[in-house]
Design a protein around this ligand. Structure first.
Ligand SMILES: *Cc1c(COP(=O)(O)O)cnc(C)c1O
Length: 354
């Protein structure tokens, strides 16, 4: 079901799965702010959970430790170029009777055990915003194979209306006012949907090309002592939204990751950056700046991101550099030049020290 944004997709997926006011939702601590803001947007409480140091995706052991009797859902992000450990996470979700919502904003076309991501959990949420692998400027989608979740999602998207299943006469509304569940307007325009349908034909080919480039670059960077982002064992196809690689400890002992990213940007002519800032220490994730989250003192305290500790996310932020997917569509000899730039910057890292 197409929706206006990826954030709306997440919020609708959660609410369609029965999550509501005051409920706790497990959220990865290393992600775009929407992972938290979508939960806040339905008056629920984001519980920030640490990630795996090698895949940068939710750490199943940390998820299990964070589950309480108020937990109502788990959201997982397949981050940057990885697929999360879905077997372990689905096991936990089943054990505690919780819906798993897959945030596939980075993972259009990725596969786990030969099956597309988004189709494992109770629902999958996609973003088609301008930076993503499949885009129409701004857009999103919710997918589910549960008819009850689907019908609730339809109501939530279109002001309590669903698409009519029968044919409509000229001039009649295609939307039926059932009023069963109140919604708001998060519809995607048909114009945007048409752009997406056209783009969809290109996705698999572009994903394959990006994977080939990434494999080539990872082989080169590994010989320099860098550690490319890993993915879970059952991943059968990766989709590279961002290429991310950890710098060697001896290099980081000389200069910080942001300084090295700046030098790489200057050398390469495209933006090389750190990963997202962990959501417990991220200037975009500050519910206290909005009065709507000050409903009562207890709620305000529960949604304070600073109450969480995310050492693995922090370490990833401080040791990993990354760049966007468009670069990976370059020819392989240009990809080789990226490795050359890394080699040059690492050789001169002493000049970047304080
Ligand atoms: C981009 C993104 C979203 C939200 O998408 P919008 O379309 O910008 O609302 C959600 N989760 C993650 C991980 C994202 O990167």
């Amino acid at each position: 079901m197409p929706v206006a944004t990826g954030t709306a997709a997440l919020a609708i997926a959660l609410e369609a799965c029965g999550v509501g006011a005051g409920d706790e939702v497990v959220v990865p601590g290393l992600s775009w702010v929407a992972s938290a803001s979508a939960v806040l947007g339905i008056n629920a409480v984001p519980v920030l959970v640490d990630v795996d140091p090698s895949t940068y995706c939710l750490d199943p052991a940390a998820v299990e430790a964070a589950v309480t009797d108020r937990t109502r859902a788990i959201t997982v992000v397949h981050a940057y170029s990885a697929v999360a450990d879905l077997d372990a996470l689905l096991g936990i979700a089943e054990r505690y009777g919780l819906p798993l919502i897959e945030d596939c904003a980075h993972a259009h076309g990725a596969r786990y055990g030969n099956w597309p991501v988004g189709a494992f959990g109770a629902a999958g949420a996609f973003s088609m915003q301008g930076s993503k692998l499949l885009t129409c400027g701004e857009g999103g989608a919710v997918i589910t194979d549960d008819p009850e979740v689907a019908i609730r999602a339809e109501h939530l998207r279109a002001d309590g209306r669903i698409l009519r299943r029968d044919a409509v006469d000229v001039g009649e509304m295609e939307l039926l006012e059932t009023g069963r569940l109140m919604g708001s307007n998060a519809c995607l325009s048909e114009f945007h949907a048409a752009v997406l349908v056209d783009q969809l034909d290109l996705l698999d080919g572009q994903n394959a090309r990006r994977s080939r480039s990434a494999d080539h670059l990872s082989a080169r960077l590994s010989t320099l002592g860098l550690t490319p982002q890993a993915t879970s064992a059952e991943t059968t196809e990766r989709s590279y939204y961002r290429y991310a690689v950890r710098l060697p400890d001896d290099v980081l002992a000389v200069a910080p990751a942001d300084r090295i990213a700046q030098a790489l940007t200057a050398e390469l002519g495209f933006a090389v950056m750190q990963t997202h800032r962990p959501l417990n220490d991220n200037p975009l994730n500050r519910p206290s700046t909005r009065r709507r989250f000050a409903l009562d003192r207890e709620y305000a305290a529960r949604v304070n991101p600073a109450r969480f500790d995310l050492p693995a996310a922090k370490r990833i932020h401080e040791s990993v550099v990354s760049f966007g997917h468009e670069v990976l569509l370059a020819p392989l000899d240009a990809i080789g030049d990226i490795a050359v730039a890394f080699e040059k910057v690492l050789a001169h890292v002493g000049e970047l020290a304080d």
